[in-house]
Design a protein around this ligand. Sequence first.
Ligand code: 1PR
Length: 535
Amino acid sequence: SSESSVVTLLDYGAGNVRSVRNAIRHLGFDIKDVQTPQDILNADRLIFPGVGAFAAAMDVLNKTGMAEALCTYIEKDRPFLGICLGLQLLFESSEEKGLVNGLGLIPGVVGRFDSTNGFRVPHIGWNALQISKDSEILDDFGNQHVYFVHSYRAMPSNDNKEWVSSTCNYGDNFIASIRRGNVHAVQFHPEKSGDVGLSVLRRFLYPKSHMLKKPTERKALGLAKRVIACLDVRANDKGDLVVTKGDQYDVRENTKENEVRNLGKPVELAGQYYKDGADEISFLNITGFRDFPLGDLPMIQVLRLTSENVFVPLTVGGGIRDFTDASGRHYSSLEVASEYFRSGADKISIGSDAVYAAEEYIKTGVKTGKSSLEQISRVYGNQAVVVSIDPRRVHLKSPNDVEFKAIRVKDTGPNGEEYAWYQCTVNGGREGRPIGAYELAKAVEELGAGEILLNCIDCDGQGKGFDVDLIKLISDAVSIPVIASSGAGAVEHFSEVYMKTNASAALAAGIFHRKEVPIQSVKEHLFKEGIEVRF
Ligand code: 1PR
């Protein structure tokens, strides 16, 4: 019947709900959006993907009368699925901004992960579940990883044990899912957890359906090291948007025509990498520093189309900054980011603008709250903000030759220099700035970055391995996750970076685009080396 193929969605417009919508449609359901509290009470099944900050969400729910409707709906044991913040809001309160009251349906206080015990916060990535009771929507997949991205979590206790259906270990054993009767909520993102996640949603939408039990001989044990495929995107000289790939950031062919290297179409390649098992996909609009992304809508279109079929996290970077167009209309970086989130991005990545913000912060010691980095992380949470660093190695005879952090490096300089500092650049490596990667990383962590994408211009496209010295330096300096990037040429380079540094993820471009090494081979290799990966 038509009634049974409609799901009601509560979206208060604070972030990327496009992916949840796409996943629901992918599973054959139509979506009815909640406009009034009555729509909640009338729902056959309700999905509540909480996004943004706890206090802001409660504010909207209280003001609109939706908080009360939600409580009534849930107390009547009507079919409900909360996602991420949609789980946290069911609890009594959260410490996210002081102490804020939640819906109060489940005993417990939502608190922040403790990064002092060696676990990086935010908790970003694919982790394992310990299923503690019949959860209905999680049945049959206890052995597989699901995707989490959050800094706050609810803890199991004697008072809420009747609700808890699974936990996840990340320093603490926190609540990964709850279930009572028809009421479900998950801290992870089913819409971002690939096939496994889609089957969780399917179980909720079709409660009587029986899943085929897929035997999984590889058991998920904990947080997996991520393998990320990166697509550098720009318009070629004909004006078509292409995936390109640089050689130390030079993306032009070594021919008379000097054309922009073309390695494929962004949406198609992203779809392929999703099927091949990429844990995450990044798009970098590499001419964003000169072409304003909202003036140049193809990138937004790429995101929209990709998110229709790709159910793993998507990051987009390039051109996130304040901008005034030719007609004098001013766009804030927050508007640019919001448009990216609405179009299906889970995280945005800031390059050049974060360098200026860090320089200013180091100079003045003042957090103005006005930089794009600070504004976007305040509204969307720091887990949604990546800072992309594009450093270039500067060789030195002695570490005392510069005011920046210098280290002894394996690759000595042309005159046998044993030390180097890593100079940050802006505008796609075109301009060096008076700040090192080390100083930048520490500053942007304080300004609200949730993750660092660490490139290295010297290694980019060389296929000789990651810059282990640099990645070790940065991943030891910060307590947010670090993505190692630039230089992957063989599967061994991935195990090397994981064994010698504290990187949480490794990103590659060229070897995947040129089909030299399939993503699956990277994972098989890491698995053989005893490194946890998602299959
Ligand atoms: O400064 O905020 O507009 O952001 C611009 C973004 O575009 C930055 O994230 C910057 O890293 C990126 N970017 C700018 N120019 C280039 C270029 O290549 N000419 N690409 C560029 C960065 C580096 C990685 C690459 C890895 C792995 N590309 O993304 O994919 O090095 O490559 P490999 O595996 O082939 O070695 P803003």
